[in-house]
Design a protein around this ligand. Structure first.
Ligand SMILES: C[S@@+](CC[C@H](N)C(=O)[O-])C[C@H]1O[C@@H](n2cnc3c(N)ncnc32)[C@H](O)[C@@H]1O
Length: 270
């Protein structure tokens, strides 16, 4: 089967004001459920990123890389136990086919491989920022009891978990990562400020937001936000961030303190 029929592609180029084409970040998702990926990127912010030419997403069906009539991707675990295990061959064949495609290699370079697994390093905003700089990502979604260990051993993977809980498949994890990266790509959110002053960007949780009306069921909007005094508003928001972080995520403040202490003894409270 030719690759183009195995891949669902959502892509767009971007014409800059100089008439040049800037290449989108390419995310290829290896999955048993390509529709989950395609439906997700057809809506919301990922769709905007694709339309603006910052992102291109390909869902790749693992079953397209099987060699039997039943398109088998899994088998029983050696040693016994519950559940099925995803076999090496379809995954490794798929990765190699994608990575050796000369056109993609030329346009997007070598893929940064990500394996979504509860055994991986926990995803955070810092990691998303790092991934948003990569030109090409290959995301592998596991299923059933997991993936034959030799897929890990055959080639290096950046193993990422989205939290200390177990999903039935890697797709929601891949989509969380994809969504988080898409909104950080240049030119995607209209206002670059919107990704700077939000939760986790400075190891702090975000201050609360309010919009109209000024009063709702007896609850008034904090006076300072109506004052027009931007310095005072900035101070209030910063203070609120500290308070809410102290209350809910003291661990973030500890990590922040440790990091600042390590950087030439610079003060960590500003
Ligand atoms: C049911 S899980 C397998 C869990 C495995 N038996 C274990 O205990 O680690 C099936 C697949 O879902 C994905 N998955 C589950 N939880 C995840 C998480 N917290 N982060 C990232 N991927 C996850 C992985 O791709 C995994 O291969």
């Amino acid at each position: 089967m030719h690759h183009s029929r195995r891949f669902g592609t959502h892509a767009a180029g971007v014409a800059t004001k100089f008439g040049l084409k800037k290449l989108a970040m390419l995310v290829q998702v290896l999955t048993l459920f390509p529709r989950l990926i395609n439906d997700f990127v057809a809506l919301g912010l990922p769709r905007i990123a694709i339309e603006k030419g910052a992102l291109s997403v390909q869902s790749v069906d693992l079953r397209g890389f099987t060699h039997d009539v039943h398109r088998t991707v899994d088998d029983r675990p050696f040693g016994g136990g519950a559940g099925m295990v995803l076999m090496c061959a379809p995954i490794v064949d798929a990765v190699e086919a994608l990575e050796q495609d000369p056109q993609t290699l030329l346009q997007h370079g070598v893929a940064h491989r990500v394996l979504l697994t509860p055994r991986g390093r926990r995803l955070d905003q810092r990691k998303l920022r790092e991934l948003a700089k990569v030109e090409r990502l290959l995301l592998l979604c596991g299923h059933y009891e997991g993936i034959d260990e030799r897929v890990r051993l055959a080639m290096p993977w950046d193993e990422i978990s989205i939290g200390d809980f177990v999903l039935s498949g890697g797709e929601p994890a891949a989509l969380a990562l994809l969504d988080g990266v898409a909104r950080l790509l240049p030119g995607v959110t209209g206002d670059p400020e919107s990704t700077v002053h939000e939760s986790f960007e400075d190891d702090l949780l975000e201050a609360p937001h309010f919009t109209r009306p000024r009063e709702f069921r007896g609850m008034a909007v904090p006076e300072v936000l109506l004052s027009g005094d931007h310095a005072a508003i900035g101070r209030w928001r910063h203070e609120q961030s500290w308070l809410i972080t102290e209350e809910r995520r003291a661990d973030l403040l500890q990590a922040r303190a440790a990091r600042h202490a390590a950087t030439e003894g610079k003060p960590w409270i500003e």
